[in-house]
Design a protein around this ligand. Structure first.
Ligand SMILES: C[S@@+](CC[C@H](N)C(=O)[O-])C[C@H]1O[C@@H](n2cnc3c(N)ncnc32)[C@H](O)[C@@H]1O
Length: 313
């Protein structure tokens, strides 16, 4: 049920992801998963894809869907924009539900809102003809903002009306109704398609690595390091001695467009010299940023007197 990026193609034909054909429906920010479960009951023929940035919510929703024996749902832990751009092929989404998204009310946080013109443009290329995004919120200002942003793209026919009954039964819907807050709803029907190209993120099949000569240094204290590159940055959070052997391990957070991955880079003595590469952990998607993490560790060791004999990143 959980999608692991390292195990799928980008994009992935939905029938391969679900093992059957059917209308592809995405829910963004599914929280505890009860809306996905309701959709599965109401539309057993739909292939349901959920995306959520909270790991705890993904775990909760997964438990619920397993308990309810929902077979045609897949969950992705991460950012909605990443899924729409990378996992979903062009013209393949039948419907997208966005229920009570975080409204980011402060002006300086508004860039974090999902429903703005660049996202609507990208989405227009992934929606099938006749496809739509259904947006329900308690936040009037975000509602007006989203309507204006969609209008700005000229790619949607917007219909304001009452929300689907299931959208009034989500955890947040119940909470806001209890507080007598009004609920707003709009359907954004695809009416055109953006001409821009939205290729998926570049991934590499070869594992980045390097071989060095010399002796690994001792690590007494390590201060967090940030390495910026075009398209993102690597934050090396910790470095420590491997408890299972004579090597060093570096924990790095790799941040790229709508994608955050944590990787472990190891530097360990081998018969051929000091090997630097990814340690088997979390099965990351090998992106430019992951290569940069290996490059950074190699450079860090070079600065401490080791000499690179071979590098591949
Ligand atoms: C206010 S809650 C609403 C949850 C649920 N839809 C409901 O109605 O009860 C917003 C949810 O969106 C998730 N979220 C926020 N930004 C996201 C993003 N960029 N992609 C996917 N999920 C996101 C949050 O983790 C949170 O669970």
């Amino acid at each position: 049920m959980l999608i692991r990026l390292s195990a799928v193609d980008l994009p992935t034909p939905p029938d391969r992801l679900f093992g059957r054909e059917g209308p592809l429906v995405l829910e963004v920010g599914f929280g505890d998963g009860r809306f996905l479960a309701m959709l599965a009951r109401a539309h057993p023929e739909w292939n349901l894809l959920g995306v959520e940035v909270s790991a705890a919510s993904v775990a909760r929703a997964r438990k619920r869907l397993l308990k309810e024996r929902v077979a045609h749902a897949r969950l992705y832990l991460g950012h909605a924009r990443f899924v729409v751009r990378n996992l979903i092929p062009p013209k393949s989404l039948h419907r997208v539900y966005v229920n009570f998204p975080d409204p980011w009310p402060k002006k300086r946080h508004q860039h974090k809102r999902l429903l703005q013109a660049p996202f609507f443009r990208l989405l227009s290329t992934r929606l099938a003809d006749g496809g739509a995004l259904l947006f329900t919120t308690d936040h009037e200002e975000y509602f007006t903002f989203a309507l204006e942003e969609a209008k700005r793209t000229g790619l949607y026919r917007v219909e304001v009306g009452p929300p689907p009954p299931e959208a009034l039964k989500t955890k947040y819907a119940l909470k806001w109704q209890e507080q007598q807050k009004p609920i707003f709803h709009a359907a954004f029907h695809k009416a055109g398609e953006d001409a821009g190209a939205y290729p998926p993120i570049e991934r590499y099949t070869e594992m980045p690595h390097a071989l060095l000569e010399g002796t690994l240094p001792e690590i007494e204290r390590f201060a967090k390091q940030v390495h910026a590159f075009e398209g993102g940055h690597v934050i090396v959070l910790e470095a420590y001695r491997d408890l299972e052997g004579p090597g060093l391990i570096f924990l790095a957070r790799v941040e790229e467009a709508d994608l955050v991955q944590e990787v472990l880079v190891e530097a360990r003595p081998s018969a051929k010299g000091v090997f630097v590469g990814l340690k088997g952990f979390g099965a990351p998607l090998v992106t430019r940023g992951v290569k940069e993490a290996v490059r950074w560790v190699t450079a860090w060791l070079e600065a401490r007197g080791l000499r690179a004999r071979q590098r591949s990143y």
